[in-house]
Design a protein around this ligand. Structure first.
Ligand SMILES: *Cc1c(COP(=O)(O)O)cnc(C)c1O
Length: 823
């Protein structure tokens, strides 16, 4: 080991890759790891693991450079360590230094909304004649900006990066990292931000990105932005040329938005000349974003005719990545984001976190506009695929085909184009594979997706994986850092899909999973989940399974304990016994030992030292409602007393836990060693106090199968219950009670959303279909219908029929396809 220094002035790394998340390691020998200690994660926990995998350069934080870590590191014979006050700042300095060696124009984008769209559109509009390095997706944070700028290379002619901040002073660190030469200030929202005292402060902080730009493009209709530029920015930036545009006030460029049948015309006059551009977009936000792009391009010297042609080809920005079931028991990852090297790397990182299938196939088109030579590019891609354990590559396109010898992958095949692939590919060969489908737009890979995916019958439950992680992190922030998290994924993860949700939870390093039955645990194991799993209902008929799949039983009664002891007594094969979890009944009166059982239980535990108790737990009956607080406190008091007794008997204290989702919010002081998160993960805050802190996870969608025009007095559906009191347009939608659309929602009790309008049900709900009233609503056959989601919270749906969200979620039928997505 050599410590290059405490607080080194510069980090003289030879690494090609900056690594901040140990899970995204691809090329250990060429990576430098920045161990960042944040509120929830501490990168220092993973340095040994990374060393073992071959990483040799580490930036560590002084506060975490403990005696223990020093001792560990003493054995690293050939590692380079930098010990610094802050790994993030060190990384920013490293990137700032590298950035100074490039002298190309760099566009820096700041503002409340639209940053990512303006950036992605500029890339689309300018890539035919520039070799662009840009932030991937919305990588705009203290870590995201340096990671983005690090990709800048001698082949690039233009950089486009976005920067977002959530607190004062953050932009001061990002300016030197990015060193933009031109700025775009997209807009300023009025939403209150916790990190800032006022809107004015929010603006001045964002403007700090532009202290050294030569040019700043902004919309002068935001008068506060204009004022702060004059008052704050101009005095510190003597070279600043402001280039303002506005629709409602005098500016360098006067703009008019003229909507029409097919979109809108953006008319500009003033400093950059008189121009008219037509676009298919017509909403105000898109027009504003596009105007920023147009003003930039005109000023950058792109000809108006060229801009017109390219605007006509502009596509909505899609960063969506979907995980869904495919044909032949496969899973498909459908990633529509840019097919450049960064986009591919991110998709591969998502792919490796899925554990469902051992065999991983990538269907990849030519990767466009990277600025690298094909040989360099496909050599890098080949290595990346090999590193990620991809077992088969299917390359589509002339360029990737011509470089096929650069792929050192067990199975490979190549096709000149998408149609050739569709004609001759052996589709059954993807059986039981996880398949990433990633193509540049001109290759129309949607045709491939269409062939590969399981046909849904029109009704899907979409699960937002980003929201799931957001909710997990909310609950994590409610507890002390030492407290573990068990996530309950029983009942198909509350209807959301257990293996996919469990894979995500494993990736995000929760400590435990909980299921109701052994077969649910077996399904997790068969899909690559290796976290500890507690099974709540264990019975002798499943003990074999528990042992062979290393699932940990909950022991809740004298009888089950006797049975378990007898069973393990016969464990002649000397198999590894999973530890057990003791359930105490402190008031729920469902399962669990009561106080009277404790003497007996203690004697048993003493007589059977082979039993390892992983945890002792109980369950609050009324954590969701304040009226039960006193009862909850009594439950906790019993629990504390009883667990103290068990500790004495055992000679050690197993993990103790009593809080469910509602309890975590209401009684953070009772979190003890672990909490058990359930419904909150799926976006329902059961106490109702912190609902705004969570994001909705599931959206249940269906489609309109048919629309009929009926006269007043006619009836709709079974038993003629839907009597029309007006001439009506009635739509039949493809969801019924067999899909989990509760029959109690019939006859106008339930509403679904069609193109933004709530539409009531008409008549009784059928097994597979429901009729709704779409009179006066813009609705056509084939249109999408939202049953619940952002528009229609699941809590409201539950309230309408006097039930709880749990019942709605777990009642969604098996035949409803689950689609998982992230942005
Ligand atoms: C289901 C369950 C939980 C989770 O409850 P939520 O209310 O969904 O948070 C916790 N503990 C036990 C024992 C459970 O059965």
């Amino acid at each position: 080991m050599s410590i290059t220094g405490y607080y080194p002035q510069t980090i003289a790394t030879k690494a090609t890759y900056l690594l901040t998340d140990s899970r995204q390691l691809s090329f250990p020998e060429q990576s430098i790891f920045f161990a960042i200690k944040g509120a929830r994660h501490d990168g220092h926990q993973y340095v040994q693991e990374l060393y073992d995998k071959g990483v040799r350069e580490f930036v560590l934080e002084e506060a975490s450079w403990t005696a223990e870590l020093q001792e560990q590191a003493a054995a690293w014979t050939d590692a380079e360590l930098y010990v610094v006050p802050s790994a993030i700042r060190a990384m920013q300095q490293l990137v700032a230094q590298r950035r100074r060696s490039f002298h190309i124009p760099v566009v820096g984008i700041a503002g409340s909304n639209g940053k990512t769209i303006v950036k992605e559109w500029l890339v689309q509009l300018l890539s035919p004649d520039q070799r662009i390095v840009a932030s991937p997706k919305s990588y705009n944070s203290q870590i995201g900006v340096p990671l983005s700028v690090w990709n800048m290379g001698p082949e690039h002619t233009l950089g486009i990066f976005e920067a977002g901040i959530s607190q004062a002073h953050e932009m001061e660190y990002l300016q030197p990292v990015m060193q933009p030469t031109t700025g775009i200030f997209t807009n300023i929202g009025s939403a209150h931000n916790d990190g800032f005292r006022s809107n004015k402060q929010k603006i001045t902080e964002k403007l700090r990105l532009f202290t050294k730009v030569r040019k700043l493009i902004y919309r002068k209709d935001y008068t506060q932005v204009d004022q702060e530029i004059v008052l704050i920015l101009q005095p510190v930036n003597a070279f600043l040329q402001a280039l303002s545009w506005a629709t409602a006030t005098a500016a360098d460029v006067t703009v008019r938005f003229e909507p029409d049948q097919t979109g809108a015309t953006i008319a500009l006059s003033g400093k950059l000349g008189v121009h008219r551009f037509h676009t298919g977009f017509k909403d105000e936000a898109s027009l504003e974003n596009l105007t920023h792009c147009i003003v930039f391009m005109l000023d950058f010297g792109v000809k108006a005719e060229v801009i017109s042609q390219r605007i006509a080809l502009l596509k909505p920005v899609s960063m969506r990545l979907e995980l869904k079931e495919g044909i032949h028991h496969s899973h498909i990852i459908d990633d529509t984001y840019n097919n450049d090297l960064q986009g591919l790397t991110m998709a591969l990182n998502f792919l490796v976190q899925q554990e469902q299938h051992a065999r991983k196939t990538v269907i990849l088109s030519d990767v466009l506009q990277t600025g690298q030579t094909p040989a360099e590019l496909y050599r890098t891609i080949g290595k990346l695929l090999a590193e990620k354990g991809i077992h088969r590559i299917v390359g589509i396109g002339p360029e990737i085909s011509s470089q096929q010898e650069l792929f050192d992958i067990p199975f490979k095949e190549f096709y000149p184009g998408t149609d050739a692939f569709l004609q001759s590919f052996n589709f059954s060969s993807i059986s039981d594979n996880l398949v990433l489908v990633k193509g540049a737009r001109p290759f129309s890979f949607e045709k491939i997706i269409h062939r590969l995916q399981q046909k849904a019958h029109g009704t899907v439950l979409e699960i937002n994986l980003d929201a799931l992680v957001h909710n997990l992190n909310f609950y994590r922030s409610q507890k002390a850092s030492g407290t573990r998290v068990m996530v309950m994924v029983k009942a198909f993860a509350y209807g959301s899909g257990s293996t996919e949700v469990a894979a995500l939870l494993q990736y995000h390093r929760v400590d435990y999973l909980g299921v109701a039955y052994a077969d649910e645990g077996v399904a997790l194991r068969q899909n690559g989940i290796n976290l500890p799993v507690m099974v709540m209902n264990a019975s002798p008929s499943t003990f074999d399974l528990l042992i062979s799949y290393q699932l940990e039983p909950e022991i809740y009664s004298r009888q089950v304990l006797e049975e378990w002891i007898e069973y393990i007594g016969e464990n002649k094969a000397g198999l590894n016994l999973p530890p057990i979890h003791l359930k105490l009944d402190t008031g729920m009166h469902r399962l669990g030992f009561v106080e009277n059982d404790l003497d007996w239980l203690e004697a048993k535990l003493e007589s059977c030292p082979a039993l390892k108790v992983a945890s002792v737990f109980s369950h609050l009956v009324g954590a969701d409602e304040g009226v039960h607080n006193e009862f909850s406190r009594e439950q906790f008091a019993h629990f504390s007393r009883w667990t103290a007794r068990l500790e004495k008997t055992l000679g050690y204290m197993p993990l103790r836990h009593i809080l469910n989702s509602a309890g975590i919010v209401r009684f953070p002081e009772y979190r003890m060693d672990m909490v058990r998160l359930g419904i909150g993960l799926y976006g329902v805050e059961a106490t109702g106090r912190e609902q705004d802190a969570l994001q909705p996870v599931g959206t249940l969608k269906t489609i309109i199968s048919q629309i009929k025009h009926l006269k007043a007095g006619e009836t709709v559906g079974y038993s003629r219950k839907g009597v029309l009191d007006h001439n009506a347009a009635i739509a039949t939608i493809a969801i019924g009670y067999a899909d989990g659309y509760d029959r109690r929602l019939g006859n106008g009790i339930g509403k679904v959303w069609v193109n933004g309008t709530p539409c009531p049900t008409v008549g009784n709900i059928c097994m597979d279909m429901t009729m709704i009233d779409v009179t006066g609503v813009s609705a056509a056959e084939g249109d999408e219908v939202i049953v619940f989601g952002k528009e229609m919270p699941i809590t409201e749906l539950a309230r309408e029929i006097h039930t709880i969200p749990y019942e709605i979620l777990t009642g969604i039928g098996d035949r409803v396809k689950r689609v998982f997505y992230k942005e």
